[in-house]
Design a protein around this ligand. Structure first.
Ligand code: ATP
Ligand code: MG
Length: 242
C-alpha cells in the first residue's frame, strides 16, 4: 500500500440532488468529510438521509452537482473518465449495499476479476482474502448458492483485492448475526491498523460504538457525533443562525 501524509480521501462542499416527477430531492447538501488513514469512521443516519448518495459521490460512482473529492490530493471529479476510473481502481475499495456480485461467476472469480495484475496472482490473492473473511470453504460457490451474509463478505473480499488506501462500505454488516458482525468488525479494525481509511455506513449501534469517529447525516451533511454520546442519541441539530 502507498503511504502519504495527505488524508487518503477528503470531500468538500458536496451537494447532490435528484429530480423525479418534478419533485426535487436534495439528498446531500454541502457535505464535508475527511477520512484519516488508520481510522474506522462510521456514518449513521435515518433511512433516506443521503448516506448511500454521499458514499457514491466520494466513491467516484456518481458525479456531484457541486463540491470536490480529493483522493491522495487529486481532485478526482475534474479528471477524465479514464483517469478517474484508474485512480478509483488503484485507491478505493467499495462494498455496495446490494453486493453487486456477478451471478455467473464463482466467489473466488468475483473477488479476482477486478485485480490489476496477472490472473494467477489475482486468483491466489482472492483465495487468501476469502480465507480472511471466513469463506475459504465457499470459494467455488456462485452467488445464488451463498447466504446474504456470505455474499456480503465476498463483496468485501473483492473490495480489498487491489489493496486500497480507502475502504468504503455501505451497510457491510446488515445481513450478519451478532457473532459474524463482531468478527467483521475485528477485520475492519485490522484493515485500519494496516494504514487504511475505513468508512462504514451502518444502522448498527455495535458497529458505531467501535468506530474511531462517528458522523450522523443531518440535513444532508455528516455532522460529528461526540464519542461519549450513544449513536442512537438525538441528532445534533445545527446551531440556529440569528
Ligand atoms: N436515483 C435517484 N433518483 C431519485 N431519488 C433518489 C435517487 N437515489 C436516491 N434518491 C433519494 O435520495 C434520498 C437519499 O437516498 P440514499 O439512498 O442516499 O439514502 P440512505 O441514507 O442511504 O438510506 P438507507 O439507510 O435506506 O440506505 C432518498 O430520499 C432517495 O429516495
Ligand atoms: Mg443507503
Amino acid at each position: 500500500m502507498e503511504h502519504s501524509t495527505m488524508p487518503p480521501l477528503q470531500a468538500r462542499g458536496i451537494s447532490k440532488s435528484f429530480t423525479l416527477h418534478q419533485r426535487r430531492i436534495d439528498a446531500v447538501r454541502e457535505a464535508n468529510l475527511s477520512l484519516a488513514a488508520g481510522e474506522v469512521t462510521a456514518l449513521v443516519g435515518r433511512s433516506g438521509s443521503g448516506k448511500t448518495t454521499l458514499l457514491q459521490v466520494i466513491g467516484l460512482l456518481t458525479p456531484p452537482d457541486a463540491g470536490e473529492v480529493l483522493i491522495a490530493g487529486n481532485d478526482a471529479w475534474s479528471l477524465s473518465g479514464d483517469a478517474r476510473a484508474d485512480l478509483r481502481a488503484r485507491t478505493l475499495g467499495f462494498v455496495f449495499q446490494s453486493f453487486n456480485l456477478l451471478p455467473q461467476h464463482s466467489a473466488v472469480l468475483n473477488v479476482a476479476l477486478p485485480f490489476r495484475g496477472p490472473r494467477r496472482v489475482g486468483l491466489q490473492r482472492a483465495g487468501q482474502l476469502l480465507e480472511r473473511v471466513g469463506l475459504a470453504d465457499r470459494a467455488t460457490h456462485h452467488p445464488s448458492q451463498l447466504s446474504a451474509g456470505e455474499q456480503q463478505r465476498v463483496a468485501l473480499a473483492r473490495a480489498l483485492v487491489n489493496d486500497p488506501q480507502a475502504l468504503l462500505a455501505d451497510e457491510p454488516t446488515g445481513n450478519l448475526d451478532a457473532a459474524n458482525e463482531e468478527q467483521l468488525l475485528d477485520l475492519f479494525r485490522e484493515l485500519a491498523a494496516e494504514g487504511r481509511a475505513v468508512l462504514l455506513i451502518t444502522h448498527s449501534d455495535t458497529v458505531a460504538a467501535r468506530a474511531d469517529r462517528v458522523f450522523r447525516m443531518v440535513d444532508g451533511a455528516p455532522t460529528p457525533v461526540p464519542s461519549a454520546a450513544a449513536p442512537d442519541a438525538d441528532p445534533i441539530l445545527p446551531v440556529e443562525q440569528s
